[in-house]
Write a protein that binds this ligand. Structure first.
Ligand SMILES: Cc1ncc(C[n+]2csc(CCOP(=O)(O)OP(=O)(O)O)c2C)c(N)n1
Length: 531
């Protein structure tokens, strides 16, 4: 006979999970010990929210649910941000927290929270784990996380249940990705061919509902036919953004007006795995879209007129045909204006033009580099202008847009891909939310580079205040020295506004695979010229 905690650990190990991220409380020590015995590493972090974000990115990169473990009460309460992020950003995340035992007196209110009721609306599945149901609940939760759209599940385990015995026999689950309806794929190909034959300005809008493993098929179709393509931020890298047919990034990034103009100008919009959860405006509801989805969008939404079809089948079938028309470069003007924006300013000895930072980083970082961003003006900058080349190399919180994502995501990414450089691009506001995790990265031997854009403000909000013609009020802050913060966490810090210095310091850090914080002073108002 094994206890329930051991059953949980065994189910996770059988599902191929080798790391769980979290922060302990006394109530999860038994489960932590069982994880250790099952060969699962517990990645000790400094905030549960960061642990959840790291786990979601780690899981998605490995094609399995990421797992975060917390104590009850406050530890579990800190899971709201990562669970919401997982829900809206399609990152598979299984969260397990402790909970009070049933036998605790009803008047015992210390750390008692209605956790299942709280998290039920932002997850795909919630349940208590008990000795009686552990064999069903764990496989179900893991499978729910991986069912498209990917998302979160939340489970609780009380200290009492953790040590109670269950009958052996947990075999674990194989997580699967569900496809669409194969029979309709060929029909849809015919419709799309007909529509494309008529179109002069078609654009394919690729979104996070695309399985990254289909990237070469997708490129064969789009590049082979020279079809104009735009992407949403969370699928950046699915196409090569340096290619001639790449129009830009839609979904509230820099140059958004330009992107919306392009979409309005198009006479055929093909939404390939496109999920409006990434879009902060409502054009997706007004402009007609030919949807090609293989799974429902976030919230289990299937837009009107959309059929669920298998993308692999569709891409294989459409690639058997020649392009039904030639479109030239209908969005050439938009493409040029987009590039001009990036080069529309100048660095000085005190402040770097944000566009120069992008160009500099792009010139020295290898194409396999994983970029994670935080949330703010810098996210708009990287989201639009970082020239992604490979799938799964760009990570941001966009459906939720939750600050503090960047550094936590970098830890998850580096754990999943220790062999590639990882760069967290953050603002000085976001950096101060969770820079303590630099110590985590150092301690667990997962070094990455953090680029901090220093402008002494929550610049996105400050700009919004200005746009609304409001008095400047409480959007500036005094600096917390990010170089010293880095050093306090045991890694090197460096400040410069010189593009050449950025290039050489980063090249050295990449070559020697060490952690680095590089702080780059910028002017918040420069962002205005990019948006
Ligand atoms: C957790 C959370 N709190 C608040 C916000 C609202 N918000 C969005 S961007 C932003 C400013 C971020 O400032 P900073 O990290 O310095 O980046 P910058 O805008 O300067 O590039 C704020 C406060 C948010 N998205 N998430």
């Amino acid at each position: 006979m094994i206890n329930t905690a051991a059953s949980v650990a065994r189910a996770l190990a059988n599902a191929g999970i080798n790391r769980v991220f979290g922060l302990p409380g006394g109530e999860i020590l038994v489960l932590m010990d069982e994880l250790r015995r099952a060969g699962i590493d517990f990645v000790l972090m400094r905030h549960e929210s960061n642990a959840g974000i790291a786990a979601g990115v780690y899981g998605k990169l490995l094609g399995q649910p990421g797992v975060v473990l917390t104590t009850l009460g406050p530890g579990a309460a800190n899971l709201m941000l990562p669970l919401s992020n997982s829900y809206l950003d399609q990152e598979p995340l299984l969260a397990i927290s402790a909970q009070l035992s049933d036998d605790s007196p009803s008047g015992h209110t210390h750390q008692r929270l209605p956790l299942l009721e709280t998290y039920q609306p932002v997850t795909k599945y919630v349940s208590r784990i008990t000795p009686a149901n552990v064999n069903e609940v764990l496989p179900r939760a893991l499978a729910e996380c991986m069912k498209r759209p990917f998302g979160p599940a939340f489970l609780t385990l009380s200290t009492r249940d953790a040590i109670d015995s269950v009958a052996p026999g947990v075999t674990g689950v194989r997580t699967t990705r569900n496809g669409g309806n194969r029979t309709r794929a060929r029909e849809t190909v015919q419709h799309v061919m007909d529509e494309l034959r008529q179109a002069q300005r078609p654009i394919v809008l690729v979104g996070l509902g695309v399985d990254g493993r289909n990237y070469s098929r997708l490129r064969r179709w789009l590049d082979g036919w020279n079809l104009p393509v735009a992407v949403t931020p969370k699928i950046k890298g699915i196409v090569d953004e340096r290619a001639n047919n790449f129009v830009g990034v839609v979904g509230g990034m820099a140059a958004d007006d330009l992107m919306v103009q392009a979409l309005e100008f198009a006479d055929l919009r093909i939404g390939f795995g496109f999920d409006p959860v990434e879009v902060d405006k409502t054009w997706h509801a007004q402009l007609p879209i030919r949807w090609i989805l293989e799974a429902p969008n976030v919230g289990n939404i299937v837009p009107e007129g959309a059929e669920l079809i298998d993308h692999t089948e569709f891409l294989d079938a459409i690639s058997e045909h020649d392009a039904p028309a030639r479109w030239g470069r209908p969005f050439g003007d938009v493409q040029q204006r987009r590039q001009k924006l990036l080069h529309g300013g100048e660095s000085t000895s005190e402040r770097m033009w944000p566009g120069d930072l992008i160009s500099t980083l792009a010139s020295v970082l290898p194409p396999e580099t994983i970029i994670t961003t935080d949330v703010g003006s810098h996210k708009y900058l990287y989201g639009q202008f970082w020239p992604s080349q490979r799938p799964d190399t760009f990570w941001m919180s966009n459906g939720l847009s939750g600050m503090s994502y960047g550094i936590a995501a970098a830890i998850g990414a580096k754990c999943a891909r220790p062999d590639v450089p990882v760069v967290a691009a953050v603002g000085d506001g976001g950096f101060s939310m969770n820079s303590q995790e630099l110590e985590t990265a150092k301690r667990i031997g997962m070094p990455f580079i953090t680029v901090v854009l220093e402008d002494g403000s929550y610049s996105l909000i400050k700009l919004s205040q200005e746009n609304k013609k409001l008095e400047p009020y409480r959007t500036d802050f005094d600096p917390i020295d990010s170089v010293k913060t880095a050093e306090a966490c045991g890694i090197e810090g460096f400040r410069t506004s010189n593009p050449g210095e950025v290039a050489s310091v980063i090249t050295r850090a990449v070559e020697s695979n060490v952690g680095l914080v590089i702080s780059v002073p910028i002017r918040y108002s420069d962002y205005r010229r990019l948006f």
